[in-house]
Design a protein around this ligand. Structure first.
Ligand SMILES: NC(=O)c1ccc[n+]([C@@H]2O[C@H](COP(=O)([O-])OP(=O)(O)OC[C@H]3O[C@@H](n4cnc5c(N)ncnc54)[C@H](O)[C@@H]3O)[C@@H](O)[C@H]2O)c1
Length: 264
């Protein structure tokens, strides 16, 4: 029996952590997966990889810009028209910051980072919550009462601690953690769970695309007790657990998955 009998929705699914999460839902037996991103080619590649895992999975591909409220509203309307519900939502779309301290950061750079990472996650989770409020829980794997839905926002270890040259990014991720806790409080009475995962440095195109940036990240990798990058799969595994009925009592948590970076 799968832990995921319902509908999964993943943003940022064209790459990295979002793609690994979408593929993991397929590997774990979820049969309806909506993948969202602004990168159309990346979405096609993710869809292809899902179909090579299982031909039984229905994939809904949604090209959406997380900066655009109307597109997010239309996305949710489309998923609900197609499948009638959203049970597991992982909001992974995000951008890296501009890599400068505040006096070298323009308001436009600040707005872009926070617009995608924080406002975009808020717009998505607001739509997901609105749908989850309308649906009944699905049966759980062992008969315990299920939830109406579970949301996982991707924050960062940098939402928990600071680092040089990242004020806009760190603030955007701290905001995601704060939003997660507040939504968890507000929607507990509605039987919806909202948690976040805070990845440490993870090997994805975000960290590996630019060798100069990767070099700048090396001290953060070295500081973590485990002394290595995480994999996108290791982050996806945490997301799936939080979405599953094995986590029915986990609420408002910021699950740090970082090889120990923040405990050092
Ligand atoms: N990789 C890391 O080390 C790391 C660490 C902590 C947190 N994170 C967070 O994890 C999440 C996923 O990052 P990743 O490492 O997989 O990066 P990635 O660059 O591989 O994937 C990010 C995805 O988000 C999409 N995206 C960006 N802006 C968008 C927009 N406006 N609308 C729609 N989609 C948009 C991109 O197209 C891309 O597919 C991000 O929120 C990131 O901040 C990553």
């Amino acid at each position: 029996m799968t832990l995921f009998p319902g509908v999964a929705l993943v943003t940022g699914a064209a790459s990295g952590i979002g793609r690994a999460t979408a593929l993991s839902f397929a590997q774990e037996g979820c049969l309806k997966i909506c993948i969202c991103d602004r990168d159309a080619a990346g979405l096609q590649e993710t869809a292809q990889q899902i179909s090579s895992i299982s031909k039984d999975v229905e994939v809904s591909i949604k090209e959406v810009d997380m900066l655009q409220e109307d597109q997010i509203v239309a996305l949710m309307d489309g998923v609900v028209a197609q499948w009638g519900r959203v049970d597991y939502a992982v909001n992974a779309a995000g951008v890296v910051g501009n890599g400068q301290r505040s006096t070298s950061t323009s308001a436009a750079q600040f707005d872009l980072t926070n617009g995608v990472n924080y406002r975009g996650a808020w717009l998505m989770s607001r739509s997901e919550l609105a749908q989850m409020l309308k649906q009944d829980p699905l049966p759980s794997h062992d008969g315990r009462p299920g939830n109406r839905g579970a949301i996982v926002n991707i924050a960062s270890q940098l939402g928990v601690v600071g680092r040089p040259d990242a004020p806009a990014y760190c603030a955007s991720k701290a905001a995601v953690i704060g939003m997660t806790k507040c939504d968890a409080i507000d929607y507990s009475k509605d039987n919806i769970r909202v948690n976040c995962v805070c990845p440490g440095v993870t090997a994805t195109p975000m960290t590996q695309g630019d060798p100069v940036f990767l070099k700048k990240l090396q001290p953060a990798i070295d500081i973590a007790p485990m002394g290595r990058m995480g994999t996108a799969q290791e982050i996806a595994d945490a997301c799936l657990w939080l979405c599953s009925s094995k986590a029915t009592f986990v609420q408002g948590h910021a699950l740090v998955v970082d090889g120990g970076y923040v405990i050092n």
